[in-house]
Design a protein around this ligand. Structure first.
Ligand SMILES: [Zn+2]
Length: 232
C-alpha cells in the first residue's frame, strides 16, 4: 500500500469511519501518519421527529454517540484533537446548503494537506453518505497545489442495501493485522451494534473483511473504489 503522509477521512456519522476504513485508519496510524477524521453530522437524531430534536434527552444521546467516536478513534490511534465532530442532525444533510459542507472540508484540506481522502460510496441508501461523496469531490477538486487521491469506502447497513447498485471495489487494503482493532473500535459504538444476521454485527463485519480479502488474495481486507488517483 502506498504510504501517504497525511490522511483525511470524511464520514457522515460516527461509526461510518470504523465500518468503512477502521482497519486502514489503524494501519496509517501505526505507520506514524497523521489521520484526521471529520464528521459531517451526528448519528442519532434520524430516529426522532424534527420537533423532538431540541429535547435534552435527544441531545444527550447525540452527545453520547459523539463521545463514543472519540473512544473508538482512540482505539485506532487517532487523538481527540484530530477528530472533528458535528452537531448537524443525522440524515438531514439534504436540508443544509452544500456549499457550507464543502467549505468545512476545504478547511481540513487547507489545514493538513491530505495526500489521500477516504469518504463514502456514491450510491448508499443513506442520504448523508451520498452527499458526503459529492461534498468531497467538490472540496478536493484539482485546484490545490498538492495532489490528493480520493477513495470511497463501503458501510455495512447502507452501501449493500442498494442491491441493484452494488459496490464495485478496485483497491484492497490488507487489514489482517488491524481487524481486531477495528472490531474493538466498533464495540465502542455499543448502541449501533446488532446481532447477526444484521449487517452491523461483528459477524457480518468479519465476514465482509474475509470476503474482500478473498477478492484480492488477502486474509482480511477493506475494499475501496478509487475515485481519483494521481501519480506524479
Ligand atoms: Zn452513516
Amino acid at each position: 500500500m502506498d504510504r501517504p503522509e497525511t490522511i483525511l477521512v470524511v464520514a457522515a456519522h460516527p461509526d461510518d469511519e470504523v465500518l468503512g476504513c477502521g482497519g486502514v485508519i489503524a494501519r496509517h496510524r501505526q505507520a506514524g501518519q497523521l489521520v484526521r477524521v471529520a464528521f459531517l453530522a451526528e448519528g442519532v437524531t434520524a430516529r426522532f421527529a424534527l420537533h423532538e430534536l431540541h429535547l435534552e434527552s435527544v441531545k444527550a444521546l447525540s452527545a453520547h454517540r459523539n463521545r463514543n467516536a472519540l473512544r473508538a478513534l482512540a482505539v485506532l490511534g487517532v487523538p481527540a484533537d484530530q477528530v472533528f465532530l458535528s452537531e448537524r442532525p443525522c440524515c438531514r444533510l439534504d436540508g443544509v446548503a452544500q456549499i457550507d459542507l464543502v467549505k468545512d472540508v476545504e478547511r481540513h484540506i487547507r489545514d493538513i494537506r491530505p495526500r489521500r481522502i477516504y469518504t463514502h460510496a456514491a450510491h448508499d441508501t443513506n442520504v448523508d453518505h451520498r452527499l458526503a461523496q459529492q461534498v468531497v469531490l467538490a472540496a478536493a477538486r484539482p485546484i490545490w497545489p498538492f495532489r490528493i487521491d480520493l477513495l470511497a469506502f463501503e458501510v455495512l447497513s447502507s452501501t449493500e442495501w442498494n442491491a441493484t447498485a452494488p459496490f464495485a471495489p478496485t483497491m484492497f487494503a490488507d487489514i489482517n493485522a488491524t481487524l481486531d482493532k477495528k472490531v474493538e473500535a466498533l464495540k465502542c459504538y455499543e448502541d449501533e451494534l446488532r446481532e447477526a444476521p444484521h449487517p452491523r454485527s461483528i459477524e457480518a463485519l468479519r465476514a465482509l473483511a474475509t470476503f474482500r480479502g478473498a477478492q484480492a488474495g488477502l486474509r482480511h481486507a477493506e475494499a475501496f473504489q478509487v475515485l481519483r488517483a494521481v501519480e506524479e
